[in-house]
Design a protein. Structure first.
Length: 405
């Protein structure tokens, strides 16, 4: 027959193990007894050797009685254990910083955002600088990242590259905003990883407005000729052809040229069709080609499907960072004011405007955003004839520039 012993706490009792000892005493097995809905209920708590004490049992009993009075929370010890286990699993399943950043990059890729590769490099994979995931702690729970942590990471980057820090801030803000919203999206399937983010830690970190000031650098005709003739001194012939092609196609976006596959070009018809998933405004863009551009494209034909593949990984395109480094080297040795590859686009538009080309024609040529309701919702024309006139005008300007002594 089991012998139960009282404790100093009402409703808490124990029985002794017949053989096993806990210290110098026989091990003790604790239970609690209480009233629930008019009936007496007993529940086992555990052994003293498992770090259960009479005081702990009394605390559990007091909590249950308080729940009974307030008609809330677990009503039995079994329910209390289930709630603790659920809370433990929820805490254990909270996504890490790496989970958050990888999810954000996958989200950008699924939305056909052209920036996803740059975001991935900045947050996760960069080899040139320490990625944000390493600075914050890849395995650290995302919901433990504070605004101070974000500030510290951005300060380190800002010391060497203010513009890069400004972009990194926007990537981090987007990642945490994604983490907050994804768990409440009713159109998403159930998420395996929870982040349990209460607020965006980047929101209170000020945006560096100075880093986003519009640039005004454009190349003069003399600089255009210098670029065309001397760039191959500082890089491979293929990479130098990239800069010539950006000029030859009238300043189309650097990323669109750099990541272009041969399949987008119809050299017989002399057109380049950039699909909507690769353009900034998600609208298909038809670019008429000149003989100059066609000649450069033909010279680039190789085993890769891309015009400008990586040297050792031809299934991937050359990154923008490589192009930027080449430009810095070129400007330093040629002793010209520093410019960026994207400034070629501004160069083409500026010289075309000076030559009298109408702004609406330039908007079509550069595939700039729709200007009004009619253009945005109803005008789906590619205006190829008008674009060809602009391209011919630019080719004449480029020819005159290259022939100047």
């Amino acid at each position: 027959m089991t012998v139960w012993h009282k404790t100093d706490f009402p409703g808490v009792r124990y029985r002794k193990h017949k053989k096993r000892r806990h210290g110098v005493k026989y091990d003790q097995y604790f239970t609690i007894t209480y009233k629930l809905k008019g009936k007496t209920k007993s529940e086992a708590i555990g052994w003293a050797s498992h770090k259960v004490s009479a005081k702990e049992c009394d605390d559990i009993l007091r909590q249950l009685k308080a729940n009974h009075r307030n008609c809330e929370g677990p009503q039995t010890y079994s329910e209390m254990k289930e709630a603790k286990q659920y809370a433990f699993e929820e805490e254990r399943d909270v996504g890490s910083v790496e989970d958050l950043f990888e999810g954000y990059v996958d989200h950008l890729r699924s939305q056909n955002k052209t920036s996803w590769k740059e975001v991935a490099r900045s947050l996760l994979t960069s080899r040139n600088v320490t990625p944000a995931a390493d600075n914050l702690g890849r395995n650290r729970a995302a919901n433990t990242i504070s605004s101070r942590d974000i500030q510290r990471v951005l300060e380190q980057v800002h010391a060497d590259a203010p513009s890069m820090a400004a972009h990194l801030r926007s990537y981090l803000h987007g990642a945490f905003a994604y983490g907050i919203s994804r768990e409440f999206d009713y159109f998403r399937p159930n998420q395996c990883v929870k982040f349990d983010l209460k607020a965006n830690p980047v929101a209170v970190v000020p945006r560096n407005a100075a880093a986003y000031q519009p640039r005004n650098r454009f190349l003069s005709y003399v600089e255009i000729k210098l670029l065309w003739e001397n760039m191959d001194k500082y890089c491979t012939v293929q990479t130098a052809s990239f800069f010539r092609l950006v000029l030859a196609v009238g300043g189309q976006r650097v990323k669109e040229v750099l990541e272009a596959p041969f399949s987008e070009f119809n050299l017989e018809e002399m057109i380049w069709i950039i699909p909507g998933e690769r353009t900034k405004n998600k609208r298909e863009h038809v670019v008429p080609l000149t003989e100059r551009a066609v000649s450069i494209i033909k010279s680039l034909k190789g085993e890769s499907q891309y015009l400008f593949p990586k040297r050792w990984r031809p299934k991937e395109t050359m990154p923008c960072t490589s192009i930027n480094d080449i430009v810095k080297k070129f400007c330093a040795h040629e002793e010209v004011e520093l410019w960026r590859p994207s400034d070629i686009r501004r160069t083409c538009r500026t010289h075309l405007s000076d030559a009298g080309c109408a702004p609406y024609l330039l908007n079509w040529h550069f595939n700039h955003g729709e200007q009004g309701v009619g253009e945005k919702h109803y005008d789906k024309s590619q205006h190829v004839a008008e674009k060809r006139l602009v391209m011919e005008m630019w080719d004449k300007l480029l020819k005159n520039s290259l022939e100047k002594q």
